[in-house]
Structure formats: structure tokens, C-alpha cells
Design a protein around this ligand. Structure first.
Ligand code: SIN
Length: 284
């Protein structure tokens, strides 16, 4: 059963056993629901790492996860772990879509709750489709042909957030020159399945707009970042152990909330390979 969340996007999916291969018709229904609702939550799904990997592969090949060392023996699974005594900022605490600086950013991400803190640790999602829809026709016409510049440098570069932090962290993060590269994508993208348009920018990885000065680009980007995360476009996911989330990186941003110092939080994450984002012109 697919129950849309109140508030405009996201849905809860019940009645499936994700530890076994989904029948083709069911998989097609889940895919269609994913394109429509953008974030799907599947409560009560205990899965081994092998079952998580097998589930991911039902949706498509693994994406490529740079800058974070994967789990031993599981090169396509990241463990997002924060120990009770950690003081470093929790991982993912900035609005982003996963790896948007790649030439082919991951179409989706799967996150499976292992150990969930009693307080805090929610994941927030913002709907970049309705944020786009909310703009005036004049603003949409101005933004439609633009291309935004993405880079991992603010997070993983030589002077980035992780390179500068001094606190210990359970996760092994690899910073360096590779993160300084840039990649240009359409600022407005068309979803390959639903055909819906969405803003494709985020404050962690989008660093400018092609052809504009830094000041000009940032002025427009700041306006868009604020619009995307307005409360009317945001949905809050509260975790329980064994809940599995599947989200769409082409139409949403997400933010991992903290507020659980003194508690352990452990998640297992895989990404689904994607294509180069389609701009409006390319999709027309
Ligand atoms: C992330 O993938 O950005 C982290 C999400 C989370 O831990 O809630």
C-alpha cells in the first residue's frame, strides 16, 4: 500500500518484503511511486548488508561514492555512523542532493536505519519541483537556460569543512585535490520519468552560475536556496530502526538534522547510478 505523506510529497510504502526480490509488477509500481512522490519510506524492513545490496541492484547499478571509505567487504555500502561521544558536526548537516558535482550524479539514494537515537537525527527533504513551480513565469524564463557550477570543494576540498575540522569522527572521510574539480549542470532539470521540472542547485555543492560573476551567481543562488527550503516544501522524516528510505536526488534536497549528542546513530547507505541531468532544452 502506498500512502502519500501529508504536506505535498513523500509516501509510506507498506505490505512489501524488501529482503526478497520484488515481483516485476511490484517493482514497476514502486518505481512509479518513487518518481511521483520523490521520497519513499518502507518501515519494518530488517535487511542484511547483502539484502540491502541486492535490493539496490533491483533499481539499477550502484553509483560511485567518493570521499568516504566504504564498509569493509562492501565497496558499495557506506556506514553513516556517529558515536555518542562525538562532537564533530553530524554528517550531512547541510542541504544537498547527493554528489551533484559528478558528471552523472546518482539518481537515487537508499538509507537504511540501523541504530536510531531516541532524540534528534531526523532527515529533512525539500521538494525542488514545487519550489520551481512556485516561481513567477518571468523568473522561470530567466533561470531556464542557465547552467550552475557544482563542486565538492566546500565539503571535501583541501580547505573544505572536513579538511579543517579537528574533532574525531567515526566515519573515515578522505579530503583532497580531487574535490576541487567543477562540473556544470542545467540549473533547471527535467525528471526523466515524471517529466516534471525541478531546480537543481544546493548550498553544499553549487558554487556559481556559468557566465556570471561570483557575486551575481551567489545572489541568484542564495535566493533559490531560500526558496527551496521554505517550510511549505519541506517534509521531515522521523527514523525508526529497520526503516528504509529511497529518495530521488534529481528532484529533492535533503538535510541530516543533529540534536542527538550522547546517542549513537548508524545508517547504511547505497546510491543508484544516474544519468547526466537533462535541461529543459534537451528534454523539449
Ligand atoms: C546523507 O546522506 O546526506 C545523510 C542523511 C542522514 O544521515 O539522515
Amino acid at each position: 500500500m502506498i500512502t502519500p505523506q501529508a504536506g505535498g510529497f513523500g509516501a509510506v510504502v507498506t505490505g512489501l518484503d524488501l529482503s526478497r526480490p520484488l515481483p516485476p509488477a511490484t517493482l514497476a509500481q514502486v518505481r512509479a511511486a518513487w518518481a511521483e512522490h520523490a521520497v519513499l519510506s518502507f518501515p519494518g524492513q530488517p535487511l542484511s548488508l547483502e539484502q540491502l545490496e541486492a535490493l539496490t541492484l533491483q533499481f539499477g547499478p550502484f553509483g560511485e561514492d567518493p570521499f568516504i571509505r566504504p564498509m569493509p567487504g562492501h565497496p558499495n555500502v557506506l556506514e553513516l555512523r556517529r558515536e555518542p561521544d562525538e562532537t564533530a558536526k553530524n554528517f550531512g548537516a547541510g542541504w544537498h542532493s547527493d554528489w551533484s558535482f559528478q558528471a552523472r550524479p546518482p539518481a537515487g539514494t537508499i538509507l537504511h536505519g540501523q541504530e536510531v537515537p531516541l532524540v534528534g537525527g531526523d532527515t529533512l527533504f525539500a521538494d525542488c519541483r514545487r519550489a520551481w513551480d512556485s516561481l513567477s513565469p518571468a523568473m522561470q524564463a530567466m533561470l531556464a537556460p542557465l547552467r550552475a557550477v557544482h563542486s565538492a570543494r566546500q565539503a571535501y576540498g583541501t580547505q573544505g569543512v572536513f579538511a579543517r575540522e579537528t574533532e574525531a569522527r567515526a566515519m573515515q572521510i578522505v579530503t583532497g585535490e580531487a574535490a576541487e574539480a567543477t562540473q556544470v549542470h542545467p540549473l533547471v532539470v527535467v525528471h526523466p520519468v515524471s517529466g516534471r521540472r525541478a531546480l537543481f542547485v544546493n548550498p553544499v555543492y553549487t558554487v556559481g552560475i556559468e557566465g556570471m560573476t561570483r557575486e551575481e551567481g551567489l545572489a541568484i543562488l542564495r535566493f533559490l536556496f531560500e526558496r527551496i527550503v521554505e517550510a511549505r516544501f519541506v517534509f521531515r522524516h522521523r527514523w525508526a530502526a529497520d526503516t528504509l528510505l529511497l529518495w530521488d536526488n534529481r528532484s529533492t534536497l535533503h538535510f541530516a538534522e543533529g540534536g542527538y549528542d550522547g546517542h549513537r546513530r548508524v545508517m547504511h547507505r547505497t546510491t543508484l547510478a544516474g544519468d547526466a541531468p537533462l535541461g529543459i532544452g534537451a528534454a523539449a
